[in-house]
Write a protein that binds this ligand. Structure first.
Ligand code: SF4
Length: 217
């Protein structure tokens, strides 16, 4: 069975209750209430269509990299994929969808890395959504790989839908480290409550359990 980062977390949390992943911090950054609902109270959220497509494309790419074949992707995405593999001169000595555990700032961290190229020495993360930075993920993945291999590796984000290959910078890692610290140092006493008229709540995948918990149902 293939695991995405969320299902990996569910598995690992049974033995590693305090493991912190990038998606956990992203949930907290979106809304500290949705973080509580998902990670402390274990409510399931709704998986939207974009996330489903993302999981499917990641599975296809991982399978193709392991088989040495071409992934089945939309035509434009495939063209980006090939260009990026060419640009990075991706080797066949890869760790694909590698689950890693480690430590950062005295906390357990975990990640599910799309590609570690052991010959060309880089980390690669496929993105099927919009182009924007993921400094916390970059920080966590860099720490995990550093602890696995004993040396840091450059990391790239491959936005295959937008044909953009972007390397993580030192500033990204510094920002990621700060955000990680902010998360570890958080105060969960005052969480926002469901607001049916707010845009954020309308598109939140935890709006149902949130409404129930906030209304004491
Ligand atoms: S519904 Fe609104 S308050 Fe509740 S978790 Fe989502 S964004 Fe936060």
């Amino acid at each position: 069975m293939k695991l995405d980062e969320d299902s990996l977390e569910n598995t690992i949390q049974e033995t590693l209750p305090h493991g912190i992943s990038a998606s956990r911090i992203h949930a907290w950054m979106f809304c500290s209430r949705s973080h509580q609902l998902k990670y402390d109270l274990c409510y399931p959220g709704i998986t939207g269509p974009a996330a489903k497509v993302g999981v499917k494309m990641h599975d296809r790419i991982a399978q193709a990299l392991q088989d040495g074949s071409e992934p089945r992707l939309p035509r434009k995405w495939l063209s980006s994929y090939k260009d990026m593999c060419q640009q990075l001169q991706i080797s066949d000595n890869l760790l694909v969808e590698k689950q890693l555990l480690g430590q950062a700032q005295g906390e357990y961290i975990l990640g599910y890395l799309d590609v570690i190229d052991l010959d060309q020495c880089f980390i690669l993360d496929w993105k099927t959504g919009k182009v924007h930075g993921y400094p916390v993920q970059a920080y966590i993945y860099s720490m995990l790989v550093d602890q696995l291999l004993g040396e840091p590796l450059p990391m790239y984000y491959a936005y295959i839908r937008h044909d953009k290959l972007i390397q993580v910078t030192k500033d990204d890692l510094i920002k990621g480290r700060r955000l990680f610290h902010k998360f570890v140092d958080r105060d969960d006493r005052f969480l926002p409550c469901f607001n049916g008229g707010a845009n954020k709540c309308l598109k939140c995948s935890y709006r149902m359990p949130c409404a129930a918990v906030c209304q004491g149902i």
